[in-house]
Design a protein around this ligand. Structure first.
Ligand SMILES: *Cc1c(COP(=O)(O)O)cnc(C)c1O
Ligand SMILES: [Zn+2]
Length: 408
């Protein structure tokens, strides 16, 4: 059973029946967040509490549909590729290097290689239940692959808008799933506006970050899982691009705390790359970042200069008693190699930014030596081997003659 009571505008507080609005608040045209009137799905806490009392909550869910009663979908068909239920790894050697206790929530094992699959599972299920034929989104790559994969699974058409300079693997993956991919000459923000206009004209169902209120709802299952797997964590560390993912994870953690399922929710530490610091700037009170700061980053998934959920991410940081840090590309690439060498995990640069963020937060004293830290590794590094090669250098070529091998 679905426990949604309303969708609520985060700007003006108006509440709507979910069937009355598709994306954003229709009343006001204020725009403090890149998207006018981002909506937040509200649930009946009493109903959920009753559900928890009678059914309990899964400790090790096979996938996110184990939390179906917490998700905004109808009783009909759900679309699944097996997102969620990801492992939390101990990371002893990385902990030594970072001088605090770190564990890694490894989202690379999601069906298309990133945590975006959690939001997509819910969005595509809603699309199917509402009878849409075409789904679309603008993306730096992972949401594109995710939407395309789930669209293929559901038998829907998929139209993708990406910035032209995304990594090759990220441009190929959605096409392999049968989506039409348009590489927009411009930034992610240009692709976003393009997608928004065209999809409104054609009536395509749009998954784009913050515009669609339901992606966040699927992603909050990551918070649920962390609440079960790491109930004593002091910090949950995540990269921030649009800020949707961090806000979603906090929403899930806070909800479990309200329902009595988590005694002491962690603080959120949001990490941005030095070339795209808009959420950090807003959090520390510099609303007008100097232009020299929006220079882009190798961490393509967080290369978002005009984030669409900055206000919500900042509120999550505040509510959790958390903090934000910025890391440069050199430290991101070093962290990518470090987590590979020390723990056997090939994470993408945006995820490595979170590792580098822990390092930074230790230096500045935000994170203490005795703290328990969970880093969310949001996506696999295998989609972007060109950037990873910058971290490890080129491969050595040798003669096939064993006698001529160099000293090993
Ligand atoms: C989308 C994404 C992020 C950033 O999430 P936001 O919701 O945009 O803040 C970080 N890492 C990976 C791998 C992603 O795909
Ligand atoms: Zn409103």
């Amino acid at each position: 059973m679905n426990h949604v009571v309303a969708v609520e505008c985060r700007r003006c507080g108006r509440r709507y029946a979910p069937e009355d609005v598709t994306y954003t608040c229709p009343v006001h045209d204020g725009d403090d967040d890149g998207v006018s009137g981002v909506l937040d799905v509200r649930y009946d806490d009493d109903g959920l509490r009753e559900h928890v009392e009678t059914e309990g909550v899964p400790d090790s869910p096979a996938d996110l549909w184990a939390f179906e009663s917490f998700l905004p979908v109808g009783a009909g068909r759900t679309v699944s590729l097996g997102a969620g239920g990801t492992p939390l790894h101990e990371a002893p050697r990385l902990s030594d290097r970072l001088d605090t206790t770190v564990r890694i929530k490894d989202e690379a094992g999601n069906p298309t290689g990133a945590s975006k699959d959690r939001g997509t599972a819910v969005v595509v299920t809603r699309a199917v239940q509402a009878g849409h034929d075409v789904v679309t989104c603008a993306s730096t790559g992972n949401a594109a692959a995710s939407l395309a994969g789930y669209a293929a699974r559901a038998g829907l058409d998929c139209q993708i808008f990406v910035p032209a300079d995304i990594p090759d693997g990220k441009a190929v993956q959605p096409r392999l799933y049968g989506a039409d991919v348009l590489a927009v000459e411009g930034t992610y923000e240009d692709a976003y506006e393009c997608c928004r206009t065209v999809s409104a004209d054609r009536g395509w169902y749009n998954r784009s970050a913050a515009l669609n209120p339901y992606a966040v709802e699927g992603t909050r299952t990551l918070g649920f899982e962390l609440g079960r797997q790491a109930p004593t964590a002091d910090w949950v560390v995540m990269p921030m691009g649009n800020g949707c993912s961090l806000a979603a994870v906090w929403k899930g953690l806070a909800e479990f705390a309200r329902l009595g399922l988590l005694a002491d929710p962690p603080r959120m530490l949001g990490v941005q790359a030095a070339g795209a610091t808009a959420i950090y700037d807003r959090f520390v009170g510099e609303d007008e970042p100097g232009p020299e700061r929006a220079t882009g980053t190798a961490a393509d998934s967080i290369d978002v200069t005009g984030p669409h959920n900055a206000a919500r991410a900042c509120r999550a940081l505040e509510e959790s008693g958390g903090d934000a840090v910025v890391v440069d590309d050199d430290s991101i690439l070093r962290a990518q190699r470090l987590v590979g060498e020390s723990e056997g995990l090939f994470v993408e640069p945006a995820s490595a930014a979170a590792i580098a963020g822990v390092e930074r937060a230790r230096e500045t004293g935000i994170v203490g030596v005795d703290d328990e830290v969970v880093v969310v590794a949001t996506g696999t590094g295998l989609k972007d081997t060109a950037t990873a090669e910058r971290a490890v250098g080129p491969v050595r070529t040798v003669s096939a003659d064993p006698d001529e091998l160099p000293e090993l």
